[in-house]
Ligand binder design. Structure first.
Ligand code: SF4
Ligand code: SF4
Length: 441
């Protein structure tokens, strides 16, 4: 099995939902659809209070080259455009929609045998963004400035607890592979890899059962035909799914510090993104719902759900039977890179892969103590940084030195903080330095 240098095996808690088939989240009454659920400028609303909309109708359009369209997740009325708290605690503009329970729907015309340009245009109009968490507009990503010869699909899903990518690969294998082929066609590349961790053998076998999908073995590679997709089995280790570590493990290329995957001829996309591409091209569906895992020992019934964008987290928790009394932490996303929530008064976005309710046995509530210079953080950092110095210089307000020790190259995987015996809040220090450095510029 392939892997990268550094990292750490984190107890993954995936068994709570690994076997749970995806269920549809029933309609609720009120939805708050954020206009800032992607990297880039917020979308510009094209509806007003009192307008009637149908599911899939455009409600906000991309406002700049790096932005994304947003579509209504339900049929109903626009109540207002209002500021609401997002998972990170920031106030963002949201379209408040009230469902009328009807099923009327807008779809784009399905595309048959589309050209690369038609695929990219459809991805843009359908508002597809990277669904692994980053939210970068996919149409922009598929038009890189650098020449690209390789597509890598990130199926590692290395964050503990999460199983939505896993279930998509098991339950919607054919559609997912078709989506991968559409992205490859949009990029005009034939060198395609799917990197998957070894703790997802059911999904791995399902992929290999598809025509034109082969294993990363010497024998299979010798007989590789043009257009075959290669599935690379990766060691189960965090953060195997980070773009740079994934590229290193799959094709042994090293993205330069501060560079993008395209600098080494690669584009990386996520499983749910590939599925959304298939849905938009073949069925004409814009992106207004997504798969997410609701898990942790603090939730009564852990589930994998297909949830409309803008759904209140409180409604999702209610569907899963509520939160147990010993819950001490709520997290949007995975436990390593997700955001601790103050409460459940937040709505889902296109990038939300999970909602976790963790008990005191699963989440640390210990306060940080001074660094003991043990060096463990540096040993596990996949970027080969010295996280203890970034934390130290941030704490004393020395942004220049925190940057010199690589704060801007850190991709906030959280591995260093996880292994730190002093429980130093290293990722928070990195984020603070990034903010200070940006302010300084
Ligand atoms: S310094 Fe950044 S990249 Fe390195 S382990 Fe910590 S969070 Fe991950
Ligand atoms: S792991 Fe924690 S205690 Fe050890 S050197 Fe790094 S910051 Fe200091």
């Amino acid at each position: 099995m392939r892997t990268f240098k550094g990292g750490f095996h984190v107890p993954d808690g995936k068994s709570l939902t690994a076997e749970a088939s995806v269920e549809y989240m029933p309609l609720v009454t009120d939805y708050f659809v954020s206009l800032s659920q992607h990297i880039g400028k917020p979308a510009r609303p094209v509806v007003n209070a009192g307008d009637q909309v149908v599911e899939g109708q455009l409600i906000a359009e991309a406002s700049s080259p790096v932005s994304a369209n947003i579509h209504s997740p339900v049929c109903g009325e626009v109540v207002e455009i209002v500021k609401r708290k997002n998972a990170q605690g920031a106030l963002v503009d949201c379209v408040h929609l009230r469902s009328d329970g009807k099923q009327d729907k807008f779809t784009y015309p399905p595309l048959v045998d589309p050209t690369p340009e038609q695929i990219v245009a459809r991805i843009a109009e359908a508002g597809i963004v990277g669904m692994g968490g980053a939210g970068f507009p996919t149409a922009v990503k598929l038009q890189p400035r650098d020449p690209v010869d390789t597509l890598i699909i990130n199926a590692a899903e290395c964050e503990p607890y999460l199983n939505c990518d896993n279930r998509v690969m098991i339950e919607r294998t054919e559609a997912f592979i078709a989506g991968v082929r559409l992205i490859a066609k949009a990029l005009s590349v034939t060198n395609v890899y799917i990197g998957i961790e070894a703790n997802k053998m059911q999904a791995y076998n399902a992929l290999l059962a598809q025509e034109g999908v082969i294993a990363d073995t010497k024998e299979a590679l010798q007989n590789r035909k043009d257009g075959d997709i290669v599935v690379v089995l990766l060691k189960t280790k965090y953060p195997q799914g980070a773009e740079k570590t994934l590229i290193k493990a799959c094709v042994n290329r090293e993205v330069p510090v501060g560079g993008l995957p395209s600098a080494v001829g690669c584009i990386v996309d996520n499983v749910c993104t590939a599925y959304a591409v298939w849905d938009a091209v073949v069925n004409g569906n814009p992106l207004h719902k997504r798969f997410m895992t609701v898990s942790g020992r603090g939730i009564a019934v852990p589930k994998n759900l297909e949830v409309a964008v803008g759904t209140p987290l409180s409604a999702i928790v209610e569907l899963c039977g509520g939160v147990n009394d010993d819950t001490v932490k709520l997290i949007s996303g995975g436990p390593m890179m997700g955001f601790s929530l103050l409460d459940l008064d937040v709505c889902t976005t296109k990038t939300d892969s999970g909602l976790l309710c963790l008990t005191d046995k699963e989440a640390s509530t210990v306060l940080p103590t001074p660094c003991i210079n043990c060096g463990r953080c540096a040993q596990v950092c996949p970027m080969r940084l010295m996280p203890m110095y970034i934390d130290f210089y941030t704490t004393v307000g020395d942004t220049e030195n925190a940057v010199r020790y690589g704060a801007l190259n850190c991709f906030e995987c959280g591995t260093c903080a996880y292994v730190c015996p002093a429980k130093r809040p290293i990722v928070q220090s990195v984020r603070l330095t990034k903010i200070r450095s940006k302010e300084k510029k």
